[in-house]
Design a protein around this ligand. Structure first.
Ligand code: NAI
Length: 699
């Protein structure tokens, strides 16, 4: 049974039991309704307490059923809430741990709520592009007031119960108890104390109004639009809460349901729901069982205190894991330490970190110039120069000094991990941990699985990634791994667009309107145009006939490496990041066209966006087919967490699914027919062609 019935004297106790979150799946809803009927029919029962087994009351829908017909199957959540609200005996709910979504909506249907301090309260549906669809938008404003309720609904963020309990005039909680330990006993005692009180209080009877009425809701709508330009759900949340102030409860519930169903159909919600599952699936690796024993990681060594080493170190310090930082020279160590301290001090100034925390974190950071000091590290991450010779020296040394079982990781962004592993006698212990810059900020971590990487090593670093709050995605070994391999094709297309008639501003604007925080040229200026230059020089040797626009090389020959040199595709004033269009660059592009005999044409935003995004899709399909990524959702997560792909589009592969793979192929055929583009470039990946032929999608 997924809900239990028990009796404590005159009080019936119904316990939701669907570990780990007590999700309200169909079986749980059925068992709950049966227990409620039993409590109603038992003449010895005078009051009913609902609670959750384990660490939480309930986090809402059962995600295993999410988006399936089972969610709506009877008894659905509405039926449950209606039943408790109209029960003839008082229903008291005992809240602890997480009380979210449908769990909170169920609680709002109960007559009384007893809550433990520390309980996290939230209606997070907006994060899935939805709104609370089981009365949350109608009942929460009645117990909490319109503004605080709308803030919770529109952000989806959780708020500690004790904070809400302090709100003046709140009717959300009838009793706050100091801890979750005795929550059930407290709720039973409360139930006994009110067992005879009639009439039974119902949230639906409470008034709901805002003194400024329409003016407030208009303001709230503008705020919601500003917060999430591309997402319809926040504005609909405002609409739903306004309804609560305008109509009777039953009408409000119907209107809320309509708004919920309309959001359910939006591509934005489909994208957010896809990403919700994709993120959870990244840590599932087909051939690595969930119960694979993990290696303990209590001490981390980092080689190289440069741009990446320092940022990587901060991740571990933030998670209270001691770090030993190794460099070649004391000055390099001093510089690295000063940067780390500087970053923490900046957080301190912004109020994001307390002074004692800063010192505690710095206290976990130790330095050395001697490899022998790494002898007791559990994990060593190398972040030295991107040069195979230097990597060889470092890994041979690590193999000598590190204890057996120590995981040896490389942060290389381009080099062959299997070659690096071969410098050691323990390739099973070698893995790639490709952090993105700035490593203390960027969420993405590509975990590179070498030919010999041990399953327990993979499982350990995936678990560790969670601890340091990264989104880790496994990639096989190939040039550029998942993210940079795809971005190379995206940037090649961006270059071809310049050849044909676009300016960098035009391309950037189109991609920014699509939802990227910055277009390809501003992005290249930020990361450094010299990086792409080095890659292209390699490609000219390795892959004759593989085309790039010549403009990027010309830009680098002008010394315009991007923000760091104050000039790239754009001009930058000293110390500022605002990109100003550059007449010099635009002239260089025009001269380049003349040199190639190209007459420029006007190119629309739709073509610009499709050429860049479908370049990602086609390469993504190759990556999937080669097994470099094991699922298309992993590719989407790489692009969302590492490259600013707009979340409301769900990642490149999801976007292609939404377009329809046949449409994708039709567009690609059109691009291939353009003599100034590259027909070879637009050869569909065999997997893409096959899936489209079979009427299937990326999965
Ligand atoms: P960096 O040049 O800023 O830092 C490298 C540091 O390693 C320097 O402080 C240097 O003194 C030290 N070092 C060099 N050889 C050493 C040795 N034998 N023993 C100890 N220390 C040594 O380089 P950055 O940018 O931090 O890159 C490091 C690695 O991270 C490279 O493999 C790079 O490809 C990779 N990476 C860089 C990204 C970036 O955006 N900078 C992004 C992702 C990966």
């Amino acid at each position: 049974m997924t809900a239990h019935f028990a009796k404590r004297g005159p009080v019936a106790v119904i316990t939701l039991y669907n570990p780990p979150m007590n999700g309200l799946g169909l079986a749980t809803r059925q068992a709950f309704m049966q227990a409620l009927r039993q409590a109603e029919q038992d003449a010895d029962v005078h009051a009913i307490v609902i609670n959750g087994a384990g660490k939480q009351f309930c986090s809402g829908a059962d995600i295993k059923e999410f988006g399936t017909d089972l969610t709506f199957a009877e008894p659905n959540l509405h039926t449950m809430i209606h039943a408790v609200e109209h029960a003839t005996k008082p229903v008291v709910v005992a809240l602890h741990g997480l009380t979210m979504g449908g769990g909170l909506e169920l609680a709002l249907g109960c007559h009384y709520r007893v809550v433990a301090a520390g309980t996290q309260i939230a209606l997070p549906e907006v994060k899935l592009g939805l709104l609370p669809g089981a009365g949350g938008t109608q009942r929460l404003p009645r117990v909490l007031g319109v503004e605080p309720a709308l803030n919770m609904i529109i952000t989806g963020n959780s708020v500690p119960a004790e904070m809400l309990a302090q709100a003046p005039g709140q009717k959300l909680f009838d009793k706050l108890v100091p801890s979750a330990e005795n929550i059930l006993e407290e709720a039973v005692a409360f139930a006994e104390s009110i067992a005879d009180v009639r009439p039974l209080p119902q949230v639906r009877q409470l008034p709901c109004a805002h003194p400024q009425g329409e003016a407030y809701f208009q303001f709230a709508r503008n705020m919601a639009r500003g917060m999430a330009r591309h997402l319809p759900a926040p504005v609909k949340c405002v609409d739903a809460v306004q309804v609560a102030t305008q109509t009777r409860m039953d009408e409000g519930l119907l209107k809320e349901r309509d708004l919920f169903l309309s959001l359910m159909m939006t591509p934005e919600s489909r994208s957010l729901r896809h990403l919700f599952f994709a993120e959870r699936a990244t840590s599932k690796i087909a051939d690595v069982p969930a119960d694979t024993p993990l290696r303990p990681i209590q001490k981390v060594g980092i080689i190289g205190a440069g741009t990446m080493g320092g940022g990587i170190a901060m991740n571990f310090l933030n998670a209270d894991i001691p770090v030993l930082l190794l460099e070649m020279k004391q000055e390099a160590l001093d510089r690295g330490i000063a940067t780390i301290r500087g970053n923490y001090e900046a957080q301190l100034k912004k109020g994001k970190l307390k002074a004692d925390k800063l010192e505690q974190r710095m206290g976990l950071l130790h330095t050395t110039l001697d490899y022998a000091d790494l002898k007791d590290a559990d994990l060593v991450i190398e972040a030295v120069f991107e040069d195979m010779g230097v990597k060889e020296q470092v890994f041979r040394k690590l193999d000598e000094v590190c204890k057996p079982g120590c995981i040896l990781a490389s942060n290389t962004s381009t080099l062959d991990l299997d070659r690096i592993a071969a410098f050691t006698q323990r390739p099973q212990d070698v893995v790639g941990l490709h952090f993105f810059s700035p490593a203390n900020v960027m969420k993405l971590l590509e975990v590179i699985r070498g030919a010999h990487t041990g399953k327990d090593v993979l499982a350990t670093v995936m678990a560790l990634a969670k601890k340091i709050r990264k989104i880790a995605v496994v990639s096989g070994v190939c040039d550029g791994f998942i993210g940079n391999r795809m971005v190379e094709q995206y940037l090649r297309q961006a270059g071809f667009l310049l050849d044909e008639g676009c300016t960098p501003q035009q391309v950037d604007r189109a991609l920014e309107q699509f939802g990227f925080p910055m277009g390809p040229f501003r992005m290249s200026d930020l990361s450094g145009n010299d990086i792409g230059w080095a890659i292209r020089k390699r490609r000219y040797v390795e892959r004759p006939g593989y085309r790039f626009s010549g403009t990027a090389d010309k830009l680098c020959e002008m010394g315009r490496f991007g923000q760091k040199t104050g000039a790239g595709w754009y001009d930058y004033q000293a110390g500022k990041r605002d990109a100003q269009p550059s007449a010099l660059v635009n002239q260089m592009i025009e001269d380049h066209r003349k040199e190639k005999g190209i007459t420029p044409r006007k190119i629309g935003n739709d073509e610009i966006v499709k050429r860049l995004v479908l370049a990602l899709v086609n390469e993504g399909a190759r990556i999937l087919e080669e097994g470099i990524a094991s699922k298309s959702g992993d590719i989407d997560m790489v692009y969302i967490a590492g490259y600013g792909f707009p979340i409301h589009r769900g990642g490149p592969m999801h976007y292609a699914n939404e377009l329809g793979l046949n449409q994708v192929l039709t567009a690609m055929r059109g691009f291939a027919a353009n003599p100034l583009d590259d027909a070879e470039f637009w050869q569909p990946a065999p997997l893409l062609q096959r899936l489209a032929d079979e009427g299937r999608q990326f999965a």
